[in-house]
Write a protein that binds this ligand. Structure first.
Ligand code: IPE
Ligand code: IPE
Ligand code: MG
Length: 247
């Protein structure tokens, strides 16, 4: 008789073809809460818990980089109450890192413009990034006050300053030069982008980096996304043919 693990998956993955970088647009927290007649804040809390579980699952599967869209440059348009609730959850989340993930060799850093975040959050982020430098396991990149267009704007501004000062010659600018000015300079491009909640758009996430990524959309709301859902997404990825413009 075969032993059946409790959480069975219908998908058998090829361990030699696990995407090294997965990026996720964690969408659907609000709808998850609404379905349960709960405040949106409760959806964000459940979303933060789902992220903790997915980080563990990614480690177990051997993923090297996980980038998650947590707060976009457009999300400031939400009610002050919701923005405050998300920021409070973020504080708790960052605190939790020290308890849960540090011992597991998980690295964590932030992409996006953190200067608009509250001072105490900025300090927490810098402390975690400093500690993460000594770690070598899964790297979790949290996109906070992140927008692909804003990232490009900041990169172009910095590059223009360096050209003005003579540190870079304009005729020597290559694609690699541009990539090196982005928040993701040290991070390889994602092979797989997942968006939950049934929306099929990019919403200003990683515009430059997804040039050749595979996309996986699912109706599952982010708080319900679990290891099975992740396995299904990777299975889908493994059965795609990536051509990169060749034939
Ligand atoms: C994603 O869930 C989390 C953030 C954007 C912060 P939403 O809050 O967008 O949830 P829906 O799309 O309203 O269901
Ligand atoms: C994208 O989701 C941003 C995050 C998941 C953080 P949104 O819910 O903000 O995007 P739209 O409004 O559906 O495009
Ligand atoms: Mg949404």
């Amino acid at each position: 008789m075969f032993f059946q693990p409790k959480e069975t998956s219908n998908y058998i993955l090829n361990p030699d073809n696990i995407p090294s970088h997965i990026a996720i647009i964690m969408d659907g927290n609000g709808r998850w809460a609404k379905k349960r007649a709960l405040p949106r804040k409760a959806g964000h809390k459940a979303g933060a818990e789902a992220l903790e579980r997915i980080i563990t699952d990614c480690r177990e599967l051997g993923v090297k980089h996980l980038t998650v869209y947590a707060f976009s440059t457009e999300n400031w348009k939400r009610s002050q109450e919701e923005v405050d609730a998300i920021m409070d959850l973020l504080r708790q989340y960052l605190k939790n890192y020290f308890k849960r993930f540090l011992k597991d060799d998980v690295r964590m850093d932030v992409i996006g413009d953190i200067t608009r975040l509250d001072q105490d959050i900025q300090e927490q982020i810098l402390e975690i990034e400093e500690l993460s430098r000594e770690k070598h396991g899964l790297a979790v990149h949290i996109a906070l006050n992140y927008g692909g267009r804003d990232e490009l704007r900041r990169a172009v501004k910095k590059l223009a300053e360096d050209v003005e000062q003579g540190a870079v010659k304009s005729e020597e600018i290559t694609e690699d030069t541009i990539a090196s000015y982005l928040d993701t300079a040290e991070i390889p491009d994602p092979e797989l982008v997942i968006r939950t909640s049934g929306e099929e758009r990019i919403s200003n996430f990683l515009l430059w980096q997804i040039a050749y990524s595979e996309f996986y959309f699912t109706d599952t709301l982010w708080p319900d996304f679990n290891k099975n859902s992740l396995t299904e997404a990777i299975y889908y990825y493994q059965n795609r043919e990536r051509r990169f413009g060749g034939r």
